[in-house]
Structure formats: C-alpha cells, structure tokens
Design a protein around this ligand. Sequence first.
Ligand code: WQD
Length: 341
Amino acid sequence: MEKILITGGAGYIGSHTAVALYEAGYQPIIIDDFSNSEKSAVDGLKKITGKETPCYEGDCNDVFLMDKIFTENQLSGVIHFAAFKAVGESTQLPVKYYKNNINSLLVLLETMEKHGVENLVFSSSCTVYGQPDQLPVKESTPRKDAESPYGNTKKICEDILSDQVKSKARLSAIALRYFNPIGAHASSHIGELPIGVPSNLVPFVTQTGAGIRKELTVFGNDYDTPDGTCVRDYIHVMDLAEAHVRAITYLKDKKSPFYDWFNVGTGKGNTVLEVIETFEKVSGKPLTYTVGPRRPGDVVKVWADTEKINHELGWTARFSLEDALRDSWNWQLNLSGNSSS
Ligand code: WQD
C-alpha cells in the first residue's frame, strides 16, 4: 500500500482524511504533537478501520524527527494539516502563528526535497479571499489582505509553494482552500474536539444542544443577507477528506514541477439562522440563542464556486447541511456519553 504522511493527522480534518485514505487503498502515517488533538482520535481510527495507524508523536518543526519519518517510510506523498488555526488567538500571538505555521512548511519542504518525495497537498483556507467582491468566489479571485495573522500564514504558505515550484524543485503541490468544515464520521468514533470554549459556530451549537453551554450568541443579525445573519459554505468533513484523497491521487500523475489551488466547498451558502433551524430539525431540540453584537473581522457572506475542483479533480460534495449537522450532533452525544439511537 502506498504510504501518505498526514501531518496533524490526529486532528479534526486529518483523522477524517486518514479514514478516506484507507478507503482509497492508501496507508496513512500520522505525525502529531497532540497540542490541538487527542490520542483518542487514533483509537477512533482503529475502531473504524480495524487497523493500527502508525503514529509519530512530535512536532513538524523537528528536523530530526521529520528526517526519521522519511527515512523509515517510503512515502508517496504528504498531506500537510499541522498548523495553529485559531483566528482570534492569532491576533493575540502573531509570532507564535508565523513561527509555527510557516516554519513547519519550510522544514517539510526541505525534508521532502532531501528524500525525493514530490507530492504535497496543503491545507489552505477561503480566508485568503477576505470578503470577495463577487460570489460564488472563484480560484481566479485575487486574494485579499488577510483578516488575521492566521489567514496571512495561509497566504504566505501558498506563496512559498508557488515559489518553490517556480524554482523547478521536484515538487507537485496542490493547495486546498477550505470553506467551513463541519460534521463528523457517521460512526461517531472521530469528530471535532474543540479545546475550551468553541469559537466556531457548529461545535458551539452542539454543545448548547447538549447543555454544556447555556445559550448560543448569534454575532449580529443586521447584515445585508436574507435573514440578516452571515452566510457561509458549510462542508461535511468527510467530503473535505475525500477531496484530499482526490488531490494526492491527481498529483501522482502530474510531472513535477506543478502547483495549483482549488476551492473545497459545497457551492451553497447558508445563514447562521438556517444552521440553527437545521440543527433543531435533526436534533429534535429547540436551540437557546440570543442575538449579540457583530464579531469583528467576520466576513458577511462567502461561498465557493466549485467548477474547477468538480472538473479537474472529479470531486463534488455529497453531503448536505442536514447530514453534517446530524453527524455533528451524534458525535456530540457520543462525547457526552449518550447516543441518539
Ligand atoms: C461562522 C459564522 C460567525 C460562533 C473560521 C476561520 C476559517 C476556518 C473556519 C480554520 C460566522 C457565526 C460563530 C458563534 C456565531 N478556520 N458565529 N456565534 O469565522 O467563517 O471561519 O473557522 O481554518 O479560517 O475564519 O467560522 O464557525 O467561527 O463562524 O454567530 O458562537 O457563525 O459570526 O458568521 P468562520 P465560524
């Protein structure tokens, strides 16, 4: 089985991508420092796949550890998730974000070059578009000044990939610009594990539904949108995982040097109130919420044009907002020790 290294592979998207890699006949290898993930995710992979996933505990910035992994494993490619990703925290601790998110990519690229591993899928974000002038947003839309140091690290990393490929290095790379990942594997053995109070909408909704949070605050309902609340493109994490498998497989046929980027979304936008409504439908529970002030830095509305990934990678999102919220809710119930069945 061809081996694919997943950096941050015990994380939310990384662990779901490991499942999708197994399903496509690959052997995932994980490196994770568990700074924003838990070892229970690796146990969850065993429950789903019946297989022990090789897992190196450590930091992608550790040159010696990365060299050891590449020496011990004949890798066909790498999917690079490992990064700090809390937008709010990044404005408080910019140096921590620039140092970790950028240096880990540089160490990875040097190690790949040294070991002759050419294929890389990079985890980027629609945050690079800021508030697009036109919607749905296309890959040809110029990137804007990032709203946060976190978003800027994604832009800088994309530029690093582009420059490395232009230098004729032996590299074939794809950046996947995620919209809003939500949901969990249908088994409820893996899912999102936010540390502390969730800053993202869906985990806050499910924790409110489970009684862990008293009520949800909707950050503003006076925007220029159908119901006044912000619009996002919420994509099921298993659809997102599948997009990574398509991308790494596509790269295997691409002669290096090669670089391109793709939006990964459903192509549909939903408001915050529509998320709440859909959650109430799938959970059968009313959700307690109040409307509060706008959150600084929020983009009003963004959703993906998915033509390019549909046609070039042959990938289309399969799951609906309802599917994703149902899987998020079942995961939350599993975490809280109940089950919906
Ligand atoms: C969605 C909507 C909020 C919480 C961020 C990052 C992005 C990516 C995904 C890393 C917004 C509203 C939220 C709450 C609310 N992260 N909301 N009450 O901001 O679109 O994207 O997370 O890759 O890079 O920017 O996602 O889930 O935080 O917010 O009303 O308690 O829900 O205002 O309109 P966002 P989000």
